[in-house]
Write a protein that binds this ligand. Structure first.
Ligand code: DC
Length: 222
């Protein structure tokens, strides 16, 4: 039996991946997996239990008991509690990135992520969707943008939500996080083989969505 189709979108943070993946999923009527939210939620659960972010086995052991629900507009509920804001705070960024370097954590999240692959199809966004989690995906994309542009986008996003943010701090944190994501020994951030790379620095969200949809339409029609 053939598996439902998967489209993967990987790349560093603030490349517009989340918004683009959500728009592509909506246009195709596919399910959506925001894999970063799983790392963020697990990091939050670990913090709530006062675990140290180096305790890989103990953190991984939390995963099977977490019930997660996704709603419209990026809303996330953990065990029926709305954690949408808590998992987007800058401390949550750092913790998610730290636990994401732990092999036990990445392993524990594999079945959880693959469970999102359902009919009629899935758009999965993250860092290793095309390279590891859905290596057999039909279409793989890798989005990039300069660190300065990504920091500006994140700044605008946080200020828009009424949260306090300083551009130089965001740029510094973003570079540190990129480095951790790129240099970790397990599933480092890099394009999957065969992934189509799109530099979003000078493009609007709609332009990127149109490009992605153009590739997919050619594939589906062909
Ligand atoms: O996409 P995001 O910013 O919400 O991801 C949060 C952190 O989780 C990020 O630092 C890298 C990590 N992550 C990962 O290692 N693999 C994924 N597939 C998704 C996220």
């Amino acid at each position: 039996m053939s598996k439902p189709p998967v489209i993967t979108l990987d790349g560093p943070s603030a490349t517009g991946k989340g918004t683009i993946a959500s728009a592509v999923a909506q246009r195709l009527g596919y399910h959506l997996l925001d894999s970063g939210a799983l790392y963020r939620v697990l990091a939050l659960a670990a913090r709530e239990r006062n675990l140290d972010p180096r305790q890989g086995a103990a953190i991984a052991a939390l995963a099977p008991d977490l019930t997660l629900e996704f709603g419209a507009g990026g809303q996330v509920w953990l065990n029926s509690k709305n954690v949408s804001t808590a998992i987007r705070m800058s401390k949550a960024d750092e913790w998610a990135s730290r636990i994401a370097a732990l092999p036990e954590v990445r392993e524990a999240l594999l079945p959880w992520q693959r469970d999102f692959r359902r009919e009629p199809g899935l758009v999965a966004e993250g860092r290793d969707m095309g390279a590891v989690v859905f290596a057999d995906a039909e279409w793989k994309f890798f989005l990039t943008a300069s660190a300065e542009i990504r920091a500006k986008r994140r700044h605008k996003q946080l200020i828009g939500k009424g949260l306090d943010a300083r551009l130089p701090d965001l740029l510094r944190d973003l570079r540190a996080r990129d480095l951790r994501d790129e240099q970790r020994s397990i599933s480092p951030l890099r394009p999957a083989s065969g992934a189509i790379e799109i530099d979003t620095s000078e493009l609007s969200i709609d332009q990127v969505v149109d490009q992605v949809m153009g590739f997919i339409a050619a594939w589906r029609g062909g």
